[in-house]
Design a protein around this ligand. Structure first.
Ligand code: ADP
Length: 351
């Protein structure tokens, strides 16, 4: 493929016509680790200046896809293109188009913010006064201009993440890839700041952003989402579109005894579709508040608790897969139980 970019990137954003093309195109992507299939024919596009989320529980294939897009791994099958460059065929050209923020810290904590960025600039062929100006510009962008001369080890977790972001953005990439950027030890305020900053980047600098996450509230902030499960794409759309497919309320019943038996009885009596989730029965139903008294009356002593809520993204996942987002297999994630507790409380409050 003919290279579309100059080898030295030191003069602001490159002009690449993306009007006719998606910035990222994932085409029937397959990846296997020996006998385990991590990606099972995944396809989607990311549009220019879009904040695109890859949402999935642990083990769904997000990191594998991220590593292919960032040219760290060659897929077993299919194609991944960024700005028209094929990750397997032309990784060097692709790399010039992307900024990457990995889960693990890449900044050197013993160096100052300025020094970290200065070294990063050299890796991209930036030098002298142009680099100096760019480092100052990007530090202002992430709100750390006044801390330039301080060692990164003295920064809070949120500030360190912003330096990671500054590193990823230094060479004016058209596309920013972030792998679960808020998972490691960020407090809620720092998480919120980071997401606000991503939105500003999209709106003011028209950077296209792909971010992986397993957090529903982060997914809600994306323009569009690809929801993954066990290597498959299970849903694609805006958060609102995805939730609207449920078309009604979500009713959750805590069974006093066997949830499977209760589900069977409800199905037979009310002709509704039920899903059994552990000790709970889940039903999608128009005007859920009217259904609740009927079902409680029909099965006295069988129902311990009941809640009605508007569909959330987790409901889209259940709707498409038939099981919960967090299962026992992926429960090891530290935020999983916190999220579940929060969700339970929320649902309980609405009942
Ligand atoms: P996620 O990022 O959504 O947690 P991953 O892409 O890390 O998902 O993993 C997808 C699947 O591939 C999982 O079943 C995981 O165990 C498996 N996997 C990931 N990396 C490797 C590896 N290096 N060797 C073997 N299996 C792997």
């Amino acid at each position: 493929m003919v290279s579309k970019v100059s080898p030295v990137i030191d003069s602001g954003p490159e002009v690449v016509d993306t009007s006719a093309h998606p910035v990222i195109s994932v085409q029937n992507l397959v990846h296997r680790y020996e006998s385990r299939t991590a990606l099972n024919g995944v396809s989607f596009d990311v549009r220019p200046a879009e904040l695109f989320g890859l949402l999935g529980p642990n083990g769904s294939g997000k990191t594998t896809l991220f590593r292919i897009l960032s040219t760290l791994m060659i897929p077993t099958g299919g194609r991944a293109l960024v700005m028209g460059f094929d990750a397997a065929q032309d990784p060097a050209s692709l790399r010039r188009q992307i900024g990457v923020v990995f889960q693990a810290q890449s900044v050197d904590p013993k160096l100052t913010a300025y020094e970290n960025l200065w070294h990063q600039g050299h890796l991209y062929g930036l030098r002298g006064s142009a680099l100096k100006a760019r480092v100052h510009e990007i530090l202002s962008r992430v709100g750390l201009a006044d801390r330039a001369k301080e060692r990164v080890e003295t920064f809070s977790g949120g500030m360190q993440r912003r330096i990671e972001l500054a590193k990823g953005l230094l060479h004016h990439p058209a596309v920013l890839l972030l792998d679960e950027p808020t998972t490691t030890g960020l407090d809620p305020g720092a998480r919120r700041d980071l997401w606000q900053y991503l939105q500003i980047l999209r709106d003011e600098e028209h950077v296209s952003i792909l971010v992986t996450t397993h957090l529903m509230e982060e997914a809600e902030r994306c323009d569009r989402l690809a929801i993954m499960n066990e290597g498959n794409l299970v849903a694609l759309g805006t958060p609102a579109e995805l939730k609207s497919e449920i078309g009604g309320d979500v009713i959750l019943l805590d069974a006093a005894r066997d949830a499977g038996v209760l589900a069977e009885h409800i199905r037979a009596q009310f002709h509704v579709t039920t899903t059994v989730l552990g000790s709970q029965v889940r039903i999608e139903q128009e005007a859920g508040h009217r259904f609740v008294p009927d079902v409680v009356e029909a099965f006295p002593g069988e129902i311990q608790a009941i809640s009605v809520s508007k569909p959330a993204l987790e409901d889209v996942f259940i709707h498409r897969t038939g099981h919960k987002f967090w299962s026992e297999a992926n429960e090891s994630d530290p935020t999983a139980s916190e999220k579940k507790d929060k969700k339970k409380k929320k649902r309980g409050g609405q009942s």
